[in-house]
Ligand binder design. Structure first.
Ligand code: SF4
Ligand code: SF4
Length: 225
């Protein structure tokens, strides 16, 4: 009998706890924004779709090896090496650098081992598309268009009237400004980005510095010579 009443008490108590939480959120301040009309607030350390500097990439595969879901694909024609003087990688041509965002979990593990610091987590949070193929971003193809980061399809000014009935050619002001900022940040690098897709003579190997005469570092001579 006591179990019967304990169960009734437990049920009522559980429902009241659940309803208390529900009621609290009913009267809480609304945090939804009318995206894309209103820009979302991006936190400083947000990990969004990548930002890639193809001209610095030496196609060493370190990022692909670090990726826990194997969603980075890299192809080159020959070894590439960073020219420290110019900060640009030379040697073989970059053929492909792609990330499959239907697999990526935005962990950021690919950015840490990069020896040239050319792959970064960006602040783009939206990569809308209509099929899985459009979730594979070809960064080398983007670089040919002078871009370092992908853009959501709706930001291209695509006429979505027939698809969603919400937007025409116009995109919200904040999106237009963001798009210009992305393009402008890549503009100074467009020439070197294009060079990354062609074979360039690798930088010469630095010659070892001659030790100063009379110092302890002078190599020992053969006995009797
Ligand atoms: S963020 Fe994580 S899952 Fe995505 S490509 Fe980088 S390592 Fe892979
Ligand atoms: S992005 Fe960095 S780690 Fe990945 S292949 Fe290029 S240089 Fe190597």
């Amino acid at each position: 009998m006591s179990t019967y009443f304990r169960n009734i008490y437990s049920t009522i108590r559980t429902v009241l706890i659940g309803m208390h939480i529900t009621l609290r959120y009913c009267f809480a301040k609304t945090i939804c924004v009318q995206y894309p009309d209103v820009a979302p607030t991006i936190q400083p350390r947000f990990r969004g779709f990548h930002w890639f500097e193809v001209q610095k990439c030496i196609a060493c595969d370190q990022c692909a090896k670090a990726c826990p879901v194997d969603c980075i694909y890299i192809e080159k024609t020959a070894a590439r090496k960073l020219d420290k003087a110019s900060g640009v990688a030379m040697g073989g041509a970059m053929v492909r650098y792609a990330i499959d965002y239907s697999k990526c979990m935005f962990c950021g593990l690919c950015t840490s081992p990069c020896p040239t610091e050319c792959i970064h987590m960006g602040n783009l949070h939206d990569l809308s598309g209509y099929d899985r193929e459009s979730m594979i971003v070809e960064f080398v193809e983007l670089a040919k268009q002078g871009l370092q980061t992908p853009q959501p399809a709706w930001m291209h000014g695509v006429n979505r009237t027939n698809q969603l009935g919400a937007y025409g050619e116009q995109i919200p002001e904040w999106a237009a400004q963001t798009k210009v900022a992305w393009e402008e940040s890549a503009r100074p690098h467009r020439e070197v980005m294009l060079k990354a897709m062609t074979e360039q003579k690798p930088p010469p190997k630095p010659k070892p510095a001659k030790p100063a005469a009379g110092t302890d570092e002078t190599p020992p001579t053969k006995a009797g010579s």
